[in-house]
Design a protein around this ligand. Structure first.
Ligand code: MSP
Length: 510
């Protein structure tokens, strides 16, 4: 039987600044899904990277006083990679669009589309938004000449460019969307894309003259022109797997299982990208999931407002796992939401310190009092209610994560914690320890088992906390997870002697 594979991508980010919490949100969500699929024993490839052939980066480099663009991009790309390391993002690769391997793949892709007859020369006259790095149509504009996203005036550009005959694929893309309800998720975004394709999907200019472009991959058929940044950037999803170079990853992992994007770039991914792939004769990704945007205390994250929060700094105050948890719990995945420090502190106290932290500490402190000899004869989960609770929890959790329901999956875990807290209140193990040692041992073994299941369920979301728990539970799961074994099918087994370690979520020093 061939091994099940899972390929997940995030957008590649512009590196003209350091990452903010909005960028981290996409990476954390993708990381949760990647880790979840690794737990299921699948062969996972998780790709992120940097979009470097962009005017934005040139402007930022000039502003920062750099004359050497390669040096600037190298420093910036490293900042992004370090940020993802700091947030425990487990990407398998980081693709930079200035790398040779990317350029090779872009050329291969371009040649295929060109050979198909889908590239032609024409005059482009239209509006261009520097913020979007995209040509925009009149109907997209707000208040005359403002870009609806950046609220800044667009430029009028007229030049001879090369075009991609995207409109040739209009009906095929619409047909694909209709026949594959999973292709665009959440479903609420599908109509937006369908209407866009029906009303606005025309051939796109895919090059700019170097006089205006200043950077970019030269067009193979006319080196005075640079490939338009989106046409180049989207191909990263292939070149990150070695498309155009040696190696087998492309054959193994393409088409992607999930391409995660923010709702701001859904049109590029659900209209232009499928048309490009069709032109190159490549299969389409199975799912494009567009998550919502979040604001900070009600405001859009923006440089001018100076409200961009650095996710790495934030994680130094609250802990990486608290940030990962908060972002995914607070906002239903797919919808918009708001980030505020008040809510972060509230959730830290209630869900983490008093929730999982307190539950783990109660269970581990009491379990340490069970004499070793009493542990041997007990049968973990010898309780129908507990068994049913765990079974239902796993099945709801799996269904949720199989459908990108990240917040639902977390809710399931916290229901298990409440169940455990109630069980403790009902059975009063602190009394049983004196009155009924055998009942005490059974009670604690059951609770340790519940904690063990919880520790596996939280692993994709809070890997450090899961690993701390595994150490405290004295189980070998850590090693097994690192080897990518199937923890999800973990059966209740012998209970080791747990020991109480440091508190998982210490009180915040305010
Ligand atoms: N370089 C392009 C993407 C090319 S992909 C082939 C780009 N880069 S970006 O740096 O602007 O990143 C945009 C992405 O960052 C969004 O799609 C989203 O994933 C994430 N977010 C940026 N701000 C965000 C919020 N305020 N909220 C949630 N996600 C946010 O576009």
């Amino acid at each position: 039987m061939t091994e099940k594979t899972f390929y997940i991508t995030t957008p590649i980010y512009y590196v003209n600044d350091k990452p903010h919490i909005g960028h981290a949100y996409t990476c954390i969500a993708a990381d949760v899904l990647a880790r979840y699929h690794r737990l299921k024993g699948e062969n996972v490839f998780f790709l992120t990277g940097s979009d470097e052939n962009s005017q934005k980066n040139i402007v930022a480099a000039e502003k920062a006083g750099y004359t050497d663009m390669d040096q600037y991009l190298g420093i910036q790309a490293a900042i992004w990679q370090q940020a993802w390391d700091g947030l425990n993002i487990s990407n398998n690769d980081f693709i930079r669009t200035t790398e040779e391997r990317h350029k090779k793949g872009v050329y291969k892709f371009f040649d295929l589309v060109n050979e198909k007859g889908d590239i032609y020369k024409g005059v482009y006259k239209g509006f261009y938004c520097n913020g979007c790095e995209a040509f925009v149509t009149q109907s997209d504009l707000m208040e005359g000449n403002l870009c609806p996203i950046h609220k800044k005036p667009v430029e009028t550009i007229e030049e001879e460019n090369y075009f991609f005959a995207a409109s040739k694929y209009r009906n095929a893309v619409l047909d694909h969307i209709e026949k594959n309800p999973d292709f665009i998720q959440p479903a609420s975004r599908r109509n937006e894309v369908v209407n866009y394709i029906k009303d606005h999907f025309v051939d796109v200019s895919i090059s700019r003259h170097f006089k205006t472009a200043k950077c970019g991959i030269p067009l193979p058929i006319d080196t005075e022109q640079a490939i338009y940044v989106w046409f180049d950037a989207l191909i990263n999803y292939l070149t990150g797997l070695g498309y155009g170079s040696e190696g087998e990853d492309f054959e193994t992992f393409w088409p992607a299982n999930i391409q995660l994007v923010g709702k701001d770039i859904i049109k590029f991914h659900c209209a232009l990208w499928p048309a490009m792939l069709m032109a190159a004769g490549l299969p389409l990704p199975k799912k494009i999931f567009a998550h919502g945007f979040f604001t900070i205390n009600g405001d859009k994250i923006s440089k001018s407002l100076g409200n961009a929060i650095d996710p790495v700094e934030l994680s130094m105050t609250y802990g990486v796992d608290a940030i990962r948890y908060f972002l995914l719990r607070e906002i239903r995945f797919g919808e918009d939401g708001d980030f505020s420090f008040e809510r972060l502190k509230e959730r830290y106290e209630s869900d983490l310190a008093k929730g999982i932290g307190n539950f783990a500490s109660r269970v581990l402190t009491l379990a340490a009092k069970v004499p070793a000899k009493d542990l041997e004869d007990t049968d973990a989960l010898d309780d129908e209610d507990a068994q049913a609770m765990i079974e239902t929890a796993w099945s709801t959790y799996n269904t949720a994560l199989d459908n990108c329901g990240l917040e639902e999956a977390l809710r399931v875990v916290w229901e298990c914690i409440s169940w455990g807290d109630k069980y403790i209140e009902q059975h009063k193990p602190w009394e049983l320890v004196k009155e009924d040692p055998s009942h005490f041992a059974n009670t604690m073994v059951l609770l340790v088992e519940v904690l063990r299941h919880i520790s596996v369920m939280i692993y994709p979301f809070m890997p450090e906390t899961a690993e701390k728990l595994w150490r405290q539970l004295d189980i070998e799961a850590l090693e097994r997870a690192q080897e990518g074994q199937k923890l999800i099918e973990w059966q209740p087994g012998t209970v080791s002697r747990p020991s109480k370690g440091d508190s998982l979520f210490p009180p915040l020093i305010s």
